[in-house]
Structures are given as structure tokens and as C-alpha cells.
Design a protein around this ligand. Structure first.
Ligand code: NAD
Length: 355
């Protein structure tokens, strides 16, 4: 059974949960709104289903709900920040706003953010930049548990390291909805396996290996410990190319930022830390604003003129599925599967409250 809940009601409930867990009302609301926006965008893996995990991370002392970003290096265009295990939805936004100040001054900013708690949907940050007409690139490492196997390997060694690129399309009166490419470098996001497992669904072949390194379609292998006490793993997208991208995210997001890389067995902690390298560019300051806008629109129009492949709905540009989901879910409510809803209720009970 699914629970269909209006987005505003869901946001109020999740805000109350985080306030009870110790967050200020403003931080709680910011995190809840971000999670609900992920649900609205069609990414239930990064929506309110994460809330119980956040509450556990606060209770185990690995998520500081009211912490702010710390500045380690500030040389103008280069900004080195530390998220200090604060809510990613809060310190991530602070970090982006600091980067925006540098872009306004210098035309670009390279910003690293180490050791934030879970940043959620990375597209949120790219959307902040493209709303200003700026290009935004994000390479992110995940410090949680080793759930993705290297290409050619047979067990999990690193996280689902997301990559995101936001590009504004057009300029002034010709502005179109932006290109926002935002994806986990695993075949699918880990959270989608949790949702599929909760809903009793199997997943596409080529997504997973089991605890012995053999292919499987059962998402439970990466959600609950298996018979031998071990877990299975997700495979990277795009074979060795996607694997390379995942490694680049670990090296740029994790190592270069100072957040560190994963090289240990799972430790059972509920916290999920993210480190992120971000590059923001103002096309106007690069001197290509008009040609960039014209060429971008000419290219995407050209792509859209491609005839529909048999059985397909035609060409889709990154960012469109999320905007379509938002329009539908804002109108009809967010559907939360029963297992996820029970987990949220159990989390509330743990804090001595009812939702
Ligand atoms: P996904 O596989 O649904 O891919 C999403 C991307 O592909 C989006 O840019 C979307 O617009 C585009 N897309 C989807 N269908 C398309 C089509 N038919 N044609 C063209 N483009 C299309 O997403 P995912 O990999 O499951 O990632 C989901 C979310 O999880 C992302 O928001 C990501 O940032 C987030 N994530 C976060 C973390 C973290 O640790 N914070 C880790 C992994 C993933």
C-alpha cells in the first residue's frame, strides 16, 4: 500500500521530525523541503525515505544538525570549505552561496566542500547556479559503505559517487528550461534499491551482483546482509567508462577536497558523508554569452528533430523528467511506499513523538 500525501503536509511532518531530533526549525524546514523536492522530482531514493537515516546519524553523533560550513581556504576564485558533518542540505546551500559571491567577483569559482553530511540530490545545487544563468559542475564522493563494485571486481569497494552538470539554455527572451544532468555513477542509485526492495520489485539485469559476486536481480542483496553476513554490490554504469567516472568523483570530490577516500570495510554507521568539488562559470565573463546561448539552442533543437526510435517517446534532455515529475506530483501528491512510511513512523517513535 502506498500513502499519497500532499507535498506541503509531508514537508511539515518531516520538519517536525528533525526539530524533535535537535535541528533548529529553520534547518529542519530547509532539509525537509529539500527531501520533499527530491520526491517531487521523481527521485524517491533521495526523498523523505532518507529521514530515518538522518535521525539515526544525529543520535549516533555523526550528523551535527545545526553546524555551518567552515572556511579553510579563500583565495578569491578558490574556495576550500569543510561541511563539518552538518546537514548537506544546509551546508551545501551555504557553500554554493559563497561560491556565487566569488563568481560575481571573478567570473568563476572552484569550490571544494569536504565532509558534509549527505548532500541529497546534487541537481539541487546545479539548479541554484543555472537559475543565475551560470554553468555548474559537481563531482561528489560518498563516505558511507562500499556498495559499488569496480569494473572487473566482484565486491563493493566505494559509494555511488554522483556527478552533475547544469547548463543554462539560451539567454534573455530566448531562455529555455536548463539542461541538468544529475546521476549516480552506479547503474542506479543505492536508495532506489531500498525503494525496490521495500516494494518487493526485482531490478533490471546488469544492475547488481550478489554476495558471491554473481549477477542477480534481487535488490535486497545491497539492502540487508545476506546468508554469509556479506552484502552484494551495485555495478558502475557504462562499464569501464562509468567506473572511471566514479573513480574521478572519488579522487576529485573526496581526495582533492580533503574529505578523504573510502578504503576500509563497512563499519555499520548510519551517517552518509559527501565531499564535493564544484566549478561554477559565468558564460558572460568568459566572453561567449551570446554564441553560447545560440549554439546551445541550435544544438538541442537539432537533437529534438531526431525521429522517435521504435518504442520510444522520443528524445528527452536531462532535467526534463524531473520537471515533468514535479508538475504531476505537486498536483496529485507524493506517493510514499508503506515500508518507507513505517520506517519514518518508527523513527518518530524513537524520538518519542507521533507523526
Ligand atoms: P537517474 O538514473 O534517474 O538519472 C537521472 C539523470 O538522467 C537526470 O539528469 C535525468 O534528467 C536524466 N534522464 C533520465 N531519463 C532520461 C532520458 N530518457 N533521456 C535523457 N536523460 C534522462 O538518476 P540516478 O542515477 O538514480 O540518481 C538519482 C539522484 O540520486 C540524483 O539526484 C543524484 O544526485 C542522487 N545521488 C546522490 C548521492 C549522494 O550521495 N548525495 C549519491 C548517488 C546519487
Amino acid at each position: 500500500m502506498n500513502h499519497v500525501i500532499p507535498a506541503s503536509q509531508l514537508e511539515t511532518q518531516i520538519t517536525a521530525l528533525f526539530v524533535k531530533a535537535g535541528a533548529t526549525p529553520a534547518n529542519a524546514q530547509q532539509v525537509a523541503a529539500n527531501l520533499v523536492m527530491a520526491n517531487l522530482s521523481g527521485h524517491d531514493s533521495h526523498g523523505v525515505g532518507m529521514a530515518p537515516r538522518y535521525v539515526d546519524a544525529i543520535l549516533e553523533g555523526n550528523l551535527s544538525p545545526n553546524t555551518s560550513v567552515a572556511v579553510k581556504v579563500d583565495t578569491g576564485m578558490l574556495l576550500g570549505l569543510d561541511g563539518q558533518h552538518g546537514f548537506g542540505q544546509v551546508v551545501g546551500v551555504q557553500a554554493m552561496e559563497m561560491a556565487f559571491e566569488r563568481v560575481a567577483q571573478h567570473g568563476a569559482c572552484i569550490m571544494s566542500l569536504a565532509s558534509s553530511h549527505h548532500l541529497g540530490r546534487i541537481g539541487h545545487f546545479a539548479e541554484m547556479a543555472v537559475a543565475k544563468g551560470w554553468v555548474s559542475l559537481h563531482f561528489v564522493s560518498v563516505f558511507s559503505r562500499p556498495v559499488v563494485a569496480p569494473f572487473g571486481g566482484a565486491d563493493g569497494r566505494f559509494g555511488t559517487n554522483p556527478c552533475c552538470i547544469g547548463i543554462p539554455l539560451g539567454y534573455g527572451a530566448s531562455t529555455q528550461e536548463p539542461f541538468v544532468l544529475d546521476f549516480a555513477t552506479s547503474r542506479v542509485a543505492q536508495g532506489k534499491m531500498r525503494v525496490a526492495h521495500n516494494e518487493g520489485r526485482e531490478v533490471k539485469p546488469g544492475t547488481l551482483i550478489d554476495e558471491h559476486g554473481n549477477p542477480t536481480n534481487k535488490p535486497g542483496v545491497v539492502v540487508v546482509p545476506q546468508s554469509n553476513g556479506r552484502m552484494g554490490a551495485l555495478l558502475p554504469f557504462g562499464e569501464y567508462k562509468g567506473f572511471g567516472m566514479a573513480v574521478a568523483c572519488e579522487l576529485l570530490g573526496g581526495a582533492l577536497s580533503g574529505g578523504g577516500t573510502w578504503h576500509q570495510q563497512a563499519d555499520g554507521r548510519r551517517a552518509v558523508l559527501n565531499s564535493m568539488l564544484t566549478i561554477v562559470i559565468d558564460p558572460a565573463r568568459l566572453g561567449t554569452q551570446m554564441s553560447f546561448a545560440q549554439e546551445s539552442l541550435a544544438f538541442v533543437d537539432w537533437l529534438r528533430q531526431s525521429p522517435d526510435a521504435p518504442g520510444s517517446d522520443g528524445v528527452t534532455l536531462a532535467g526534463e523528467p524531473e520537471r515533468k515529475a514535479r508538475a504531476e506530483r505537486l498536483k496529485n501528491g507524493v506517493s510514499v511506499d508503506d515500508a518507507t512510511w513505517q520506517e519514518i513512523q518508527a523513527s518518530a517513535q524513537k524520538l518519542g513523538m507521533r507523526l
